[in-house]
Design a protein around this ligand. Structure first.
Ligand code: CS2
Length: 505
């Protein structure tokens, strides 16, 4: 088989030259006649495998060519550099248990870096043809303070606020944008100043009530900016910008060289921006838009509704909560892959108890969602050996994920008078993952977390006090949870049990 490096790079010209084959589905829209209607902050693999696919399908179904996407990268310009030589084209390799398919997405009409192309990003947000700014910047990307508002002490966000203050007072605004949320607010300021046309901000990150979280951050940032300009802008946002809540779902593992080789064998080209995903995809979107939007309701798996909360709560606690549980218990027991870990009988039992005994009792099922079937489907999806999703990929950013996915469930169960055993064991696994940094075989488990230094410092010390020390991390454990004696005792016991199985550093 020809090495992918020797193959031509995917681009509009290679696509034109490629003979149509049953193995590769070409773009569903014409890239050359598609204009940008969406600016997406955080053009990582998940966006390219999820919202961009839904949007391309919606545009094709409605015969519209105005829903092209300008993809914006954060600090690393890597994805922009992968997409630019490919005219924004990239492949989605869909890996089912028994099926593999490859399609090319043509809706990504440009890629820009927040750091190097701030002017382009801010102008795109302000452009009259842009109707939506969406985001997948991960939980940590929003620079939230523990109390939930913007962390104005964060140096990068403070720099964006300073640049915004200067722009609102009339000075030039050519400062690089340092944070996605800062770029959003500065882009809103440009749009307000230029023409004030409405805009919708669609958050697609795994946070409860995500749209309202972003709305609060935007408002909190504008509140921190002195002067009448900020006050007028704040009023305009209130009147002309909407922040719908959404639930997003598609398991999207990191792309590996094996995935690249498999895709190249199907296509005959090299695609540096290839993404990999499971067949399942779902998007539940609050139908709260300030202006035009793609006809997502025409796409299977997409739902426009007035109430996303039941879907979002079910997904964050059942899928993501179980994902993190399987990841931490699995990593400690030496499992590199999620599909291996979820088939480990001990871990499968904890996952099942978490779902049945701890999570489902805290949920009100949406009318069209049977939670038992949803549970079974989630566990089946995790067991898909074709995607190669790793325990470490899920284990990252635990200080941001554990509160949303597990501590929220624990808080509800404690309030109901029960100490949730499985959820407690899941959090204990995260604690030991942080403290030990090793699995049962002694293999290192790297800690990739915005609070890495803090967590390492708190975890250092005697094993007997580890659970109590970690309960002091207020970003993770809300007060009702950390002050609950029953939970504290249960966490101590689970941590001690798990520590016993994992060698000290
Ligand atoms: C995963 C999510 O890596 C993780 O934290 O739990 O990315 C998960 O794959 C998606 O939310 C699935 O929709």
């Amino acid at each position: 088989m020809t090495s992918p490096d020797a193959l031509p790079r995917l681009s509009l010209s290679t696509l034109d030259a490629a003979a149509p084959t049953a193995d590769v589905r070409p773009p569903a829209v014409d890239p050359r006649s598609t204009s940008v209607g969406i600016v997406h902050l955080g053009v990582g693999a998940f966006h390219r495998a999820h919202q961009a696919v839904f949007t391309e399908e919606a545009a094709a179904a409605a015969g519209e060519n105005r829903w092209g996407i300008l993809g914006v990268t954060g600090r690393s310009a890597r994805v922009a550099e992968q997409l630019r030589p490919q005219d924004g084209l990239y492949g989605v390799l869909t890996k089912g248990r028994e099926s593999t398919s490859l399609r090319v997405i043509g809706s990504m009409r440009g890629a820009a870096s927040l750091v190097d192309d701030a002017e382009r990003v801010l102008s795109a947000i302000a452009a009259p043809g842009t109707h939506i700014v969406s985001s997948t910047v991960s939980e940590k990307g929003y620079r939230r303070a523990p109390a939930g508002g913007p962390d104005l002490a964060n140096a990068d966000l403070a720099a964006d606020v300073a640049a915004l203050t200067a722009e609102l007072s009339g000075s030039s605004g050519d400062e690089p944008a340092r944070t996605p949320i800062g770029a959003l607010v500065r882009g809103l300021a440009r749009r307000h100043r230029a023409h004030g046309a409405p805009l919708t901000v669609v958050c697609c990150d795994n946070m409860m009530d995500n749209g309202r979280v972003v709305a609060g951050l935007v408002d909190g940032i504008l509140e921190a900016v002195p002067g009448p300009g900020a006050a007028r802008l704040r009023q305009w946002v209130e009147e002309s910008v909407r922040f719908p809540v959404t639930m997003v779902d598609r398991i999207t593992p990191a792309t590996t060289p094996a995935h690249q080789a498999e895709a190249s064998a199907l296509s005959g080209w090299r695609d540096e921006a290839l993404v990999v995903a499971e067949p399942f995809m779902q998007w539940v979107v609050e139908d709260l838009f300030a202006g035009p939007r793609p006809s997502w309701e025409l796409v299977p798996g997409a739902t426009l509704t007035d109430d996303v909360a039941p879907y979002e709560r079910a997904k964050l606690r059942m899928l993501n909560g179980t994902h993190s549980t399987v990841a931490y218990l699995g990593a400690l027991r030496g499992h590199r892959l999620i599909d291996e870990a979820v088939c480990d009988p001990e871990i499968a039992a904890v996952a099942r108890r978490l779902l049945d005994e701890d999570v489902i009792p805290t949920l009100t099922a949406p009318a069209d969602l049977e939670l038992g079937q949803y549970r079974d489907d989630i566990l089946e999806r995790f067991a898909n050996p074709s995607t190669g999703y790793t325990t470490l990929q899920v284990a990252g950013d635990g200080s941001q994920k554990v509160p949303i996915r597990l501590v929220s469930t624990i808080a509800d169960r404690l309030a109901a008078g029960t100490v949730p055993a499985a959820a407690t064991r899941a959090v204990a696994a995260w604690v030991v993952f942080v403290a030990r940094g090793r699995d049962v075989t002694g293999r290192e488990l790297p800690l990739d977390d915005p609070l890495t230094d803090r967590l390492r410092e708190v975890a250092a010390g005697d094993d007997a006090g580890l659970a109590d020390r970690m309960l002091g991390v207020h970003e993770v454990f809300s007060e009702p949870v950390r002050e609950h004696d029953g939970f504290r005792r249960a966490l101590r016991a689970e941590v001690a049990d798990l520590l016993g199985a994992v060698p000290a550093r």
